[in-house]
Design a protein. Structure first.
Length: 220
């Protein structure tokens, strides 16, 4: 009886682990795991409500219209002010969407991006080779897979972020901790003090924004 119970518990753990992995993979190229009720604010003050999500692979704000996923049209983008989803807001920066993290004293935006690698083609020696970035992009864009919330299991999804900071000296972008460290090289002691007391992982948005906030509010 005891062994049957252990077997059952082990099976349940494996099942839930596989389910968690599947869910994590399914939503990696979207900011939200499902479409959320949001608001599109136009420059003329008009507000439009829609079921929204952000596709990091195509870097498009998309909406669900009767089960069909569509991206905001260029005519809308030209007059767009802000997109609100839950308690988060997005604006256009260099013609691409960026999430607004801070606008007081300094501006900090994040661009959510994603690399999708389709399954490789069989090679002459029995292995697989990945397609070129151009053909890979066209292959999964053309068949519409990238607009689905769930991608096929053989697709690899690598999300990443680019941070944009303007503290009064113009916009600077960061795609690694090393770049942030070099940016604050004149405040090296302050930077070292913070990073010794706080673990900063570039894959952890909260730890990166915490570091930048500390530097911006204590460097002056």
């Amino acid at each position: 009886m005891k062994y049957k119970l252990i077997f059952l518990l082990t099976g349940l753990l494996i099942y839930f682990s596989l389910q968690a992995q599947h869910q994590a993979k399914a939503i990696l190229h979207y900011i939200f795991p499902e479409f959320k009720s949001g608001t599109i604010l136009m420059k003329n003050g008009t507000r439009n409500n829609a079921m929204l999500n952000f596709n990091a692979a195509t870097e498009e704000m998309v909406f669900d219209q009767n089960g069909q996923i569509l991206a905001l049209a260029e005519t809308t983008l030209n007059q767009l002010d802000t997109v609100f989803i839950n308690d988060r807001k997005f604006v256009l920066l260099n013609n691409l969407f960026a999430e607004v993290i801070n606008q007081n004293d300094y501006k900090l935006f994040i661009q959510h991006k994603c690399r999708i690698i389709p399954p490789g083609k069989p090679s002459a020696f029995g292995g697989t080779s990945q397609l070129s970035s151009t053909s890979s992009y066209s292959s999964w864009m053309g068949n519409g897979k990238v607009y689905q919330l769930e991608l096929p299991d053989d697709y690899k999804v690598n999300p990443y972020e680019v941070y944009w900071l303007d503290n009064g000296s113009g916009w600077k972008s960061f795609s690694s901790i090393g770049q942030i460290k070099r940016f604050y090289s004149k405040q090296k002691a302050l930077y070292n003090t913070y990073t010794k007391e706080n673990k900063v992982d570039f894959k952890d948005q909260g730890s990166v924004t915490g570091l930048i906030h500390f530097m911006e509010t204590n460097s002056h």
